[in-house]
Design a protein around this ligand. Structure first.
Ligand SMILES: *[C@@H]1O[C@H](CO)[C@@H](O)[C@H](O)[C@H]1NC(C)=O
Length: 209
C-alpha cells in the first residue's frame, strides 16, 4: 500500500516537473509530441548544434496583407528548446505593417530593436493598455490576452519577442475568424458583423463557406 502511494506520488511529481531529472531534453521530432512536449533525443547523439539556432538571422517575409513577417524559434524549429519553457520570435514589420490582434497560451515579453511601434493589449475587463514604444523599450503581454503591434514609423520595425513556453501557440483574431470553414451566416450570428463584410474577409483570408 505504502509502495503504491509512493509510486503514485512519484508519478505525479514527475508529471508536474517534467525534465527536472535531465540537464536537457533535446526534442526527438521523429516521434509525436505529448502534453509536455517531445520525447528526448538519445543523449549520446546530442551535439552543440542542438543548442544553437541560426534561423532568426533572417528577416521574416513581410510581403503579405499585414506587412508582417514572423520567424519563430519554437521547439519544432529549435528542438533544443524542448522542456525549457522558453522560446523566441523575430518580428519584422514593414512600413505601415501590423502584428494583427492575436493571443498565445503564455506571457510574451517583447523588446523593440528598430523603429517605432504602438503596442497594446486588452484585458478581461475590456480595459485597453497601449503605448508608443521606441528602440530599446520592452513590453509584457499577459497570457492569453488579445494584443497587437502597429508600425507607426517611416522605417521598418524589428522586435524580438520571448515566450514563457517552447511552444506558445498563436491565434490571430482575423485569420481565426475568416480562414476557416464555418458558414459565413454563422460567423455573422456569433460576431454581429455584417454578412457582406464576413464574405469579403473570408475571400481575402482564404476561408470557405
Ligand atoms: C473595469 O472596467 C471599468 C469600465 O468598464 C472600469 O471602471 C474599472 O476601473 C475597470 N477595473 C479595473 C480593475 O481595471
Amino acid at each position: 500500500m505504502i509502495f503504491r502511494i509512493l509510486s503514485i506520488l512519484s508519478l505525479l511529481i514527475s508529471l508536474s516537473s517534467a525534465n527536472i531529472v535531465f540537464d536537457y531534453c533535446v526534442g526527438d521530432l521523429s516521434l509525436p509530441p505529448g502534453p509536455t512536449g517531445y520525447s528526448c533525443k538519445d543523449p549520446t547523439t546530442v551535439t552543440v548544434d542542438d543548442f544553437v539556432y541560426s534561423g532568426l538571422r533572417d528577416a521574416g517575409n513581410t510581403a503579405n496583407i499585414f506587412k508582417f513577417g514572423a520567424n519563430t524559434a519554437y521547439a519544432p524549429q529549435f528542438p533544443g528548446l524542448n522542456g525549457m519553457g522558453i522560446s523566441m520570435v523575430r518580428a519584422d514589420l514593414g512600413v505601415g505593417g501590423v502584428v494583427p490582434l492575436h493571443s498565445h497560451r503564455v506571457a510574451e515579453l517583447a523588446i523593440l530593436i528598430e523603429g517605432t511601434l504602438i503596442a497594446g493589449f486588452v484585458d478581461t475587463n475590456n480595459t485597453a493598455y497601449y503605448k508608443t514604444l521606441t528602440k530599446g523599450d520592452m513590453m509584457i503581454f499577459p497570457p492569453t490576452l488579445f494584443h497587437f503591434q502597429a508600425n507607426i514609423g517611416s522605417t521598418p520595425a524589428l522586435a524580438y519577442v520571448s515566450f514563457a513556453s517552447e511552444n506558445p501557440g498563436n491565434q490571430i483574431f482575423t485569420t481565426g475568424l475568416f480562414r476557416n470553414t464555418l458558414p459565413s451566416e454563422l460567423i455573422e450570428k456569433v460576431t454581429l458583423l455584417d454578412l457582406a463584410q464576413v464574405q469579403k474577409l473570408k475571400k481575402i483570408f482564404g476561408g470557405s463557406n
